[in-house]
Every structure is written in C-alpha cells, then in structure tokens.
Design a protein around this ligand. Structure first.
Ligand SMILES: Cc1ncc(C[n+]2csc(CCOP(=O)(O)OP(=O)(O)O)c2C)c(N)n1
Length: 587
C-alpha cells in the first residue's frame, strides 16, 4: 500500500495498464500526473506545445498500437476539443485515456467548467474517481474499456481528488504488446464519406456503453435510510458520506453514460431523491432526462465553488454553517510576483505609459493586481496577442492609448504564435511583449520549446524565439534585459511612440528567480529614505513601509539582491550590502 495523490495514482494506473506514451500540457490540478508518469520505467512522456497537439500526438500513438495517457486541466480540454470529438469517431487502436482535471473553486484557473459535458457531447465515456485508490483502479481499467468499445476514455478528476493523498493498493504491470497497425482509411480518414458510417458506429457504441454502465461495478448503491437518496460522484461522494450518514447513496463511477437501471433502482428505494454535484447541473439534468424525479433542496446548495459537508448539510436544512469563514481580522495576503521576478519592471513601466494592456495567463497575470495594476484583460491562453489586434482594429483612426499585449514564453508557444501570425499577415499594429523567463513558471517550472528543456531530460533543441519572430515577418523585434529599468522604459517608449503605427515585438529575457535560486547580497534602505513610496509601488514582497512614517524597509530574508528597486530610488536610499559582509552573514 502506498500513499498517493490522485494524480500519482492515475499515472500508476496507466503505467500498470501498459501505457507507454504520455502526452500533456501542464495545468493545475493535472500537472503532476504526467510528471509522475514520466518517472516510470519504459515510458516516453513529453510536454507538447498545447493540449490539442497532445491529444493529436496521442491519437497517432494509439492508432499505431500503443496505450496512451494524455493529461490536461479542464480548460485544456477546450483547446483539445477538436481532435477529441473526432477521435470518438475514429476510435482507437491502443487504449487512449485522457485526464480532464477540473478546478471547482478556481484555485488556479480562469473559470470553472464541468468536463462531464465533454463526455456527453463527444460520446466519450467518463469515469469519476472519488479517491486515489479509485483513480488508480479506474485508470487501469479505462484502457480495457477504451479498447473494448473502441473509443477514448476520459478520467475526470477535481482538485480534491487530484491533490489529496490517500492510500492505494497497487497491482502488477500487465504485459502489453504494441498492437499491429493496419491501414484502414474507413476508420482513420474522417472525410464525409467515411465519417458518416463512423457516426453510425458511434451511435451503436453509445447503446452498448449504456448497457455496460448499468453492469459496471464502478456504479454502486449504498443502502442506508429510505427517506433520502443521493446520486453523486467524485470527491462530492466523500462530502455526502460525512454530511448525510443516513442517506442511501448511488455512487457513480461512470458519469457518462449514466446507468439508467441503477438510477431508477435507487429512486425506487427512497422517498426523496437528490442529486448533489459541484459547479453545474450536469448530473441533475441527466438523471431527470431518464424520467426520474429529482427533489429541490430545502435550502440553497451553492452552484459555484467547491462543495463541503457543511454546505450540503445547510442545503438540507440541517443546522450547520454553510462555510466556516476565516475571522475578519486576518490580514488579506494577495499573491504577488516573487522578489526578483523578471516580470516586475515591465508592469511598472507599463503603468507609467498608461497603455491598454491585453494580458494573458501565467505568473505575469499578477501584474493586474495593485500596486502594479497594469493589465486590462485576461481571457484565455494566447488571447493577449489576438485581443490586442482586436483593440487596434476597433480603435484604428481614433486618438487612442498605446495597445500592448503581454504574454509568457510558454503561453506564446501554446497559442500566441498563431495569434501573432494573424496580426502580421493582416498588417496589424500594436506592441507585443513576450516575457521569456526561460520556463513555464506558473505551473511549476516545466520545460517548453523556448528553453529546450524536455520532460524526461532527453536531448532536445531550444527554439530561437527572435529568429521565429523575424521569420514570420515581424519587422521591429528587440531583445531587452527586464531587470534594467532604463532599457525596459526606452524599449516600451520606442515601440509605443515611434513605432506606434506598426507591429513591434519586445522579448524580455531573463530567467525566473526560482530556476536557479541564486541570491546576491541583499539591499537595505538607508537614512536618506524620504517615504516617497516609489519602491513600495513595485509590489516586491521583500519591501514594506511603516504605516505611520511611510519609510520603506527591506526584509533581508526575502530580498534576493536583484537590485530592481534601487533603480527607482531618486534619493540613493537603497543600497546593497558589501559582498564581504554578505558572505559573513550567509555563513
Ligand atoms: C488552456 C490552458 N492550459 C493550461 C493552463 C495552465 N497554465 C496557466 S499559465 C500557464 C503557462 C505559464 O507559463 P508562461 O507563459 O511561460 O508564463 P510564466 O508563468 O512563466 O510567467 C499554464 C500552463 C491554462 N490556464 N489554460
């Protein structure tokens, strides 16, 4: 028995089932799954540029006869939806399992989505583990289900299942031989003449899957009281057990298709049947669609965020606070860019030129928060570049503020490049800032094409970012050190004034501070401080000000010696301690 997170258990299940190829794009809460899979013997695992590419590589490897694991967060499934839907027509050769990890409560996401809908819409079976043991077992079984029904299978987890560690009894790795690949255009070439018959295959398969779901032991009825019955799945099942110990429960392990017979059976066992689920009404509507009556809750069950036993008890009118709120006097601690983050000065300088800044997703989205507060939008990965093009189109001919897009290196590789090609091709204008911190920092420092680091540290090549920009026809490209305030200021000024009517791209290149964790002698505030607030306006977590006097101070334990702040002090009040005395302290 081992203590494993749901993500680790999914990786283990895939490996034991004989999966030999892993493809992914990182995204919380899914990321550790592929990192864990990559450490098993005999597997090949890689980060792809985005989720669509990952699923397509997976479809190819499955067609070739390998068992494949693809992992992504919920919004990644949106990106991968195109191949996902059609792979449910082609079916598979080697088993193909896709982890869709949802984030109810948006701990680390731009929205809440319920990936069940993808199963329903794409006709792909969905399995919903409620703990790590099930994550392991369901994943292992998913490969046989995938090959048995000739369809990809989605494992749908949520942050609680993905990140909670619970005991897992593992098994033995099965011997899986690469299946032979036979050319079969009627199965793999989805043009209308072949896709139409495959659509019929899909509908026939749906009927078989429905019958299978009713027999599948992953769906089980736990008989307790006869008054209240609950249908639930995933992590919510654990909350239901705690909140309503008397209720009879239909615990769904297969959430698409629903086991019609079992739903009707549980409904007949109880006086009132409820469906408890997080973030959407997917299960409720599916149960109702089977002609089964679902009761409304006596009080409201939240439709947003994560559920908790308290919230469920509240909805049933059982006296318990819906949420145990933190005391009012706990100081707010909004997230901030790290001390020494190379993104900081770009935002500081953007706030000075009062640009319209279309943002993107990464650590740098924190530039939207005070005191930097220099981002106007953040929608989805790659949108910074396409949205800035949209702003420029709409504002053309007006006297408008400069429009600047901000995007990270990983996000640029994910989808920013195709957006930029659109701008270049249509002769768009504006400034695009690529914050190349040599890593995918937000999700835990994964490699990407622009730093050449691969998941299993295989030999690779680092793509030449400036060369690519020049090759696609960007005429104004500059490479700037983002720790140099003067250089950042002048690059932004040139791009937004002299080159205002053209497209310009500035690559700000310096490694993320967490990559090498090298500290230099720290800085301190001397007696010349005039309490002007310029340095605290940088939002560095190492700098604070005395609330009464306004004087700044620097926490030597947090300062990494980047020197960004000293460039902004007009009074020479920020000094670095001499290297010799730093070494003395460090010792
Ligand atoms: C479609 C989609 N896939 C994955 C994610 C998770 N995610 C958020 S930002 C990000 C990449 C950030 O890397 P980068 O652009 O290099 O910026 P950094 O964090 O290094 O500043 C990822 C993978 C997401 N939000 N949306």
């Amino acid at each position: 028995m081992m203590l494993m997170s749901g993500n680790e258990a999914i990786a283990r299940g895939a490996w034991e089932a004989g999966a030999s190829i892993g493809v992914a794009y990182p995204g919380t809460p899914s990321t550790e799954t592929m990192e864990s899979f990559a450490r098993y013997d005999g597997v090949y695992a890689e980060w792809c540029t985005n989720e669509k590419v990952a699923v397509e590589v997976g479809v190819g490897a499955s067609a070739a006869g390998a068992r494949v694991l693809a992992t992504m967060k919920h919004v990644g499934v949106n990106v991968a939806a195109d191949p996902l839907f059609t792979s449910a027509y082609t079916g598979v050769n080697g088993g193909f399992v896709i982890l869709a990890a949802d984030d109810p409560g948006m701990y680390s996401s731009q929205n809440e989505q319920d990936s069940h809908y993808y199963g329903l819409a794409a006709h792909v079976p969905v399995l919903d583990p409620s703990d790590s043991q099930e994550a392991f077992e369901f994943t292992k079984a998913a490969y046989d289900i995938s090959e048995g029904f000739d369809v990809p299978v989605i494992i749908r987890s949520t942050v609680r299942v993905s990140h909670t560690k619970t005991p897992v009894t593992t098994g033995e790795k099965v011997a899986y031989e690469l299946k032979s690949y036979e050319k079969d255009p009627a199965k793999w070439v989805m043009m209308p003449a072949f896709a139409k018959p495959r659509r019929k295959v899909q509908l026939e398969r749906d009927a078989k899957l429905r019958a299978w779901a009713d027999e599948c032991p992953f769906n089980s009825i736990e008989k307790r009281g006869t008054e209240v019955g609950v249908v639930c799945a995933g992590a919510v099942y654990q909350h239901v057990l705690e909140a309503l110990p008397e209720a009879t429960v239909l615990k769904l392990g297969v959430t698409w298709p629903l086991p019609q017979g079992k739903v009707q059976e549980v409904a007949a066992m109880v006086e009132r049947l409820y469906v408890i689920e997080e973030g959407s009404e997917y299960l409720t509507n599916q149960v109702r669609a089977l002609g089964v009556e679902v009761c409304d809750f006596p009080r409201e069950l939240p439709r947003d965020g994560e559920l908790s036993p308290g919230a469920i008890r509240y909805a049933f009118g059982i006296d318990a606070p819906a949420h145990e709120n933190a005391p009012d006097d706990v100081p707010a601690r909004p997230p901030a860019l790290c001390a020494g983050c190379p993104h900081r000065l770009v935002f500081k300088e953007l706030s000075r030129i009062k640009a319209i800044v279309t943002g993107d997703i990464g650590c740098y989205t924190l530039g939207a928060l005070p005191p930097l507060a220099s981002m106007d939008s953040c929608v989805d990965m790659g949108a910074s570049v396409s949205m800035s093009h949209g702003f420029e189109l709409a504002l053309a001919g007006t006297d408008h503020k400069p429009v600047v897009a901000i995007i990270g290196d990983s996000t640029f590789a994910h989808s920013g490049l195709s957006s930029l090609i659109t701008t270049v091709y249509n002769r768009g204008a504006g400034t695009v800032c690529i914050l190349d911190n040599r890593t995918t920092a937000m999700t835990g420092r994964q490699g990407n094409p622009f730093n050449g680091v691969t998941l299993q540290n295989r030999e690779s090549r680092e793509l030449d970012l400036v060369g690519i920009l020049e090759a696609i026809g960007v005429e104004n490209v500059s490479l700037v050190n983002p720790h140099d305030a003067q250089a950042v200021r002048s690059a932004l000024k040139t791009a937004t004034t002299e080159q205002a009517d053209e497209l310009s791209v500035i690559v700000f290149k310096a490694p993320c501070v967490l990559l090498h964790r090298q500290r230099k002698p720290y800085f301190f505030v001397n007696a010349d401080c005039r309490a002007c607030g310029m340095c605290t306006g940088l939002g560095c977590p190492a700098i604070s000000k005395d609330l009464e006097s306004g004087y700044a101070s620097i926490d030597p334990a947090q300062c990494i010696g980047c020197g960004q702040c000293s460039q902004y002090c007009a009074f020479g009040a920020i000094e670095q301690i001499p290297a010799a005395s730093y070494e003395e302290v460090a010792r």
